[in-house]
Design a protein around this ligand. Structure first.
Ligand code: HEM
Ligand code: ISQ
Length: 154
């Protein structure tokens, strides 16, 4: 799917909204992942040893923001150059981190759904099919790039 200029604008606008309440949306994203995949908690080094819901975990927030930002960047790059062009060193790191933890294709679907629903909730009535299509495409292409990196590294 080719992305339009309008879709790029929509994604940038929603990213601005997400940035205004990072603690809240980070937590929401993570709780959504956990609903479908409770074991996810044990995969994250910074959550493994805590019993309570990580309301105000700076590590969780920093990581979740990266997930939102990378997906947003992926949309912009797809629009501008038709491909995900995140720095090779970043992609290598993403590939090796996720490979080591045992992340699989199925996990990527869980995170995709959690991400889209979190953004939908954050932007409220601004949500549209066009916006969903753009974030979804950005995520799919980014996920494919991470999976490809996971398959070449060992
Ligand atoms: C770590 C992004 C998919 C689980 C990370 C990090 C980033 C990231 C930026 C930090 C890497 C670092 O330490 O440098 C993404 C993006 C994804 C994605 C953009 C999809 C496009 C997934 C999926 C899972 C997952 C599907 C499985 C549930 C984890 C875990 C860590 C991690 C467990 C390690 C955190 C830690 O203990 O330090 N991810 N991720 N990620 N990700 Fe993802
Ligand atoms: C890292 N990778 C995928 C999803 C995430 C959600 C919250 C925090 C970190 C993450």
């Amino acid at each position: 799917m080719a992305l339009t200029e309008k879709q790029e604008v929509l994604v940038k606008e929603s990213w601005e909204i997400l940035k205004q309440n990072v603690p809240e949306y980070s937590l929401r994203l993570f709780l959504r992942i956990m609903e479908v995949y409770p074991d996810a908690k044990n995969m994250f080094s910074f959550l493994r040893d805590s019993d309570e819901i990580p309301q105000n975990n700076p590590n969780l927030q920093a990581h979740a923001v990266k997930v939102f930002r990378l997906t947003c960047e992926s949309v912009v790059q797809l629009r501008e150059c038709g491909a995900v062009a995140i720095a090779g060193s970043t992609m290598k790191r993403l590939g090796s981190v996720h490979l080591k933890i045992g992340v699989t294709d199925r996990h990527f679907d869980v995170v995709r759904e959690a991400l889209l629903r979190t953004i939908e909730e954050a932007v409220g009535e601004k949500w549209s099919e066009e916006m969903e299509g753009a974030w979804g495409e950005g995520y799919d292409r980014l996920a494919a790039a991470i999976l490809a990196e996971m398959k070449v590294s060992d």
